[in-house]
Design a binder for this molecule. Sequence first.
Ligand code: SF4
Ligand code: SF4
Ligand code: FES
Length: 415
Amino acid sequence: VPEPSSVLDSINISGTAISQLCKDPDMKPIGACRTCLVEIEGVRGYPASCSTPISQGMKISTTGNKLDLIRKSVLELTAGMVHSDKDDYKELSRVMESNSISGQVWKSRSREETDASNPIFNIAMDSCILCGRCAQACQTGHQFIGAIDVLGTSNQARIGTFMDKPLLESICTTCGQCLSVCPTGAISTKVEPAVIERTVTTTCPYCGVGCGIKAQVTSDDTIVEMLDDPENDSSLGMLCVKGRFGYTFVHHEDRLTEPLVRRNGSLQRATWDEALDFIADKLLAYEGDSFATLCSAKATNEDGYIQQKFSRLVMQSNHIDHCTRLCHSPSVEAMLASLGSGATSNSYIDYEEAGCLVIIGSDANSNHPVAASRMRSAVVERGAKLIVINPRRIDMCDYADIWLRPRPGTDVALL
Ligand code: SF4
Ligand code: SF4
Ligand code: FES
């Protein structure tokens, strides 16, 4: 196993099944559920394998008379925490089944009311085992937002927000990271998920971060859920509200899915051949200087290449422009002069490893939320300094050591 690894990591690599309700594969161990107990030769008691470092020559047992009995008791107590009318508690149900536990031995205490304030998902305490994965995902496990935490202690413990307000009144960004890690379905979407036929791994179509997404598709080719992709190097299993929940445009009734040609004053369906012939006939009248193209930043480099070729060779026009030349041209010039390249000169890992970050003229939380998480990680985890330069107050100001507010239009003087 790679170093450093835990006993649980090596058990998982060996393919041996063991319950691990509070350990998310992409986050550090919490050590809350005590369902991953093992026996290690020469070690007293039954340590939690997720929080025990592995070392050479360890002899580990995941089963044994006393160990099985202890784990079963822990799982029975855990199962006794939930009392909704659901019959599927996802990972918890699977773990109970594999440990031959059917039904509840212990009666649940009465639980807090469901927080249904968020428009997309609920937090239902009657299905919660207080594993803490959601709070960890919202905090240092992934997003560095900190909207939720485990509040209270003992039989008052619950998942809640600062000042115990409804989630909608908190700093929650509805990124859905908590939902994606919850092992019981206590945090789940208001709409029941449909039966999934296949998964399509692709890239989020929104901003330039390029997060990995896994579209969950039904048998009638409808996307009904979007999951994060922990193996994607750009996003490392994170998504923002747009990537995770903003997929309904794909099947929206207003979306154009075939060419339309205006005939006799109204748009009518056409084949691609008809539409392209129609456009080609019209374009003939604009060859030369009366033709110009403007390319979208959503297009790929290859699309941009084709655009200029089409303009120069077919339409005989050099009037070629691109939307980033308007918003990005000063920075391209400056970066060319100072760094030798007008393109991005660093990777996301550099954000996490930087000693000082300067965010100028950008609202990273809104525009590139997953990249912003990595900047917050640098500040919170490693104490990196953060300077925000923006006339407008942005959320990243909460993490900034210095917030400079130049008057609009005075950036150059400041720099
Ligand atoms: S949706 Fe995101 S921001 Fe909101 S509580 Fe969950 S992890 Fe935190
Ligand atoms: S809501 Fe889910 S993830 Fe959060 S503590 Fe409860 S069971 Fe764990
Ligand atoms: S997975 Fe180890 S204590 Fe929960």
